[in-house]
Each structure stands twice: as structure tokens, then as C-alpha cells.
Design a protein around this ligand. Sequence first.
Ligand SMILES: [Zn+2]
Length: 377
Amino acid sequence: METFLQEKKTEMLQLIEQLVNIDSGSYVKKGVDQVGAILKEQYEKLGFIVDVKEEKEFGNNMIIQHKNAVDPKIILVAHMDTVFPEGTVAKRPFYIEGNRAYGPGVVDMKSSQVELIYAIKALQKIGSKSVENIQIILNGDEEIGSITSRHLIEEHSVGKEYALIMEPARKDGSLVTARRGGGRYEVIVKGRAAHSGIDPENGRSAIEELAYKIIQLHGLNNHEKGISVNVGLIEGGTSVNTVSASAVASVDIRISEIEQAAYLEKKIKEICSKSEIVGTEIVLEGSISRPPMELNHRSEELLHIIQDVGKEIGLTVKNTATGGGGDASFTSATGVATVDGLGPVGGNAHSEREYLEIDTLPERTHLLAKTIERLSE
Ligand SMILES: [Zn+2]
């Protein structure tokens, strides 16, 4: 299997190049669907059935499994969208420099798409039936919170034993077994405008009220427990000599345990239910929508299996937790043992310097193939 994959390295890179050079930002439906069409053709050639779930606004999602599959026990999730807008490819298309490949979405996660296809090829090459034990979800909107694909991921996680999420491995090759959950809020304060020189006493400052709220919200931070409440954006007022009639704060929430969601939601509602400045009004919008991916007993077991497979093929695989959210949160919340970060190694995702460590492509594909095989024994 190792030799086969080493031989296929150039071919894999060519497919990655083809995929990277299609603008497929979450808001570029045409591009995401183009990527989907290429992948669909690849899977169909391997004897897989591709069920395309048409979407109007965002890229189509796809559910894929082998034509002989009966009740597969492993779910794999990989997204086809990137964070880059239309026109990015024209400015900086795929290129290779030394041992690294660059381009929009090269490691997050077009390489993972290719890794998955070649893991299946490698398994088919040795006649492994384990390819019939997988179900793959390719979604088109992960980078904007899996708006249309979340329910598909949740529905198809039910009844599975394992979930393998194809986000790139960390820079040091670590897998990801915990991710923080979270959500967003907008705190909208309405006051009353007045000239700050002529009749300030008639004004009700929305900015002043918001200032109290910001301090109270930040008081909820508990870094030890993995709770983060961050007012990252504020906006308000119309001119320096006007008592502000409106002010808005955007709040990012991160949690590490599912129970923290209800607690924080209650606290935030409480804080925003009354104003300090008489005459101002507060409207709260938003919610904690993404559950955290917690390292539970079952996920830990899955991690150990993958680490064991790694040892067998000469790969030391560590694991880590990360603050970022992802589709792993959705599979893990349904109770399925979940490990993320099975893609190749790279870094600087979501930036112009995003790269893939080319040499990790065959070894990570090897790890994935062997893991699928082991989980199907
Ligand atoms: Zn990603």
C-alpha cells in the first residue's frame, strides 16, 4: 500500500491542483458545484453511488457510499468550500515551492478530498471490503457554519460507530479530539438622541448603556473552564456632539462543555434583560448554536486505535484540542466516537500563506486507509 501511494503522489498533486484552481468559496455556488462534479465522477469510477442533495443558495451536498454498502459503520465528513472569494485563484493559483504546495484551500481542505479518494483506491487495490463500510458526506458550506449540511451530518451520524473528520492535521501532525463550541450574539441598544451641548439631559446614551453591558458580558469569561465571551465589534453613535441613540455589540462565545451553553445563555439573557441607563432599551439576538466536540471515552478509544495504526506504519500520531469549531462537533454531539484532523499536514489555513506539506500526502492517506480497514475488522 505504501509503495502504491508513493507512486501516486504526482497524480494526487495533479488532482489537488485541479481542485484548488476552482474558486469555491462558500458563497461561490457555481465553483463548489464544479468541485463536487469532479469528485462525483471520481467516486463513481470507484463503484460508489453519489446522492446529490441540491441546494439553491449554497453548494450542493453529497452523500456517497459504495454500491454494495449495507449499513456502513464509519461516517467521513469533508467540506468542498473554502473561505476565499471569487477571483482569488486568478490572483494566486496553485503552485509548489520546495516541499510545500500553496493555493486557496490547498490544505483546508482540497488535499483531504484527494486523500480520501486515494485511500479508497489503496484499499481497493488490496481487495479490502472495508470500502463498503464507509459513508461519506461532502458538504458545501462548512466554512459558514454548515447551514444546509448540518442536519445531513447529524442524521447520518445516528447509528454509526465512528466518525472520521477530514480537516487538516495540525502543523505537527496532531489529530484533533476536542473543539470548543460556541455561538454569536448581537446586543442592540436603543437610546434617545440629543444635542450634547444644548440639551444633553434629554438624551439617553445607547453607548453608555452598551459600555455597562460589555463589562458585564466580559465578566462571564472563565478561561480555566474554557468559557470565552468576547465583544469583538462595537458600533454606535452618529456624531461626537450627539448623545448616541443607538449602539450595537457583536459577541463571540466559546464553550468547552455542552452544559455551559444553557448556563451562559441564561446569564447573557439576564444581563440584557435590564438597562442601567433609564430610558434605554436592549434587544438581544443570537444563540449558542454549535456544540463543543468533547473528548469522551469513546472518542479516546478511537484515537488510540488510530495511534496504534500509526505505530504500525511508522507514524507517531499525537492529538490536541483546538478552539475552532467544525463539523466534528455535530457528529460528536450525536454520541458517535469522533476524531478530526485526518487530512494531510499543513498550516496557515484561511490565509494567503496556506500550505500543504507534500510529503505527508501519501503517509496520511496510508494512515486513513489502514484506519478504515482496522475499524471494519
Ligand atoms: Zn476546513
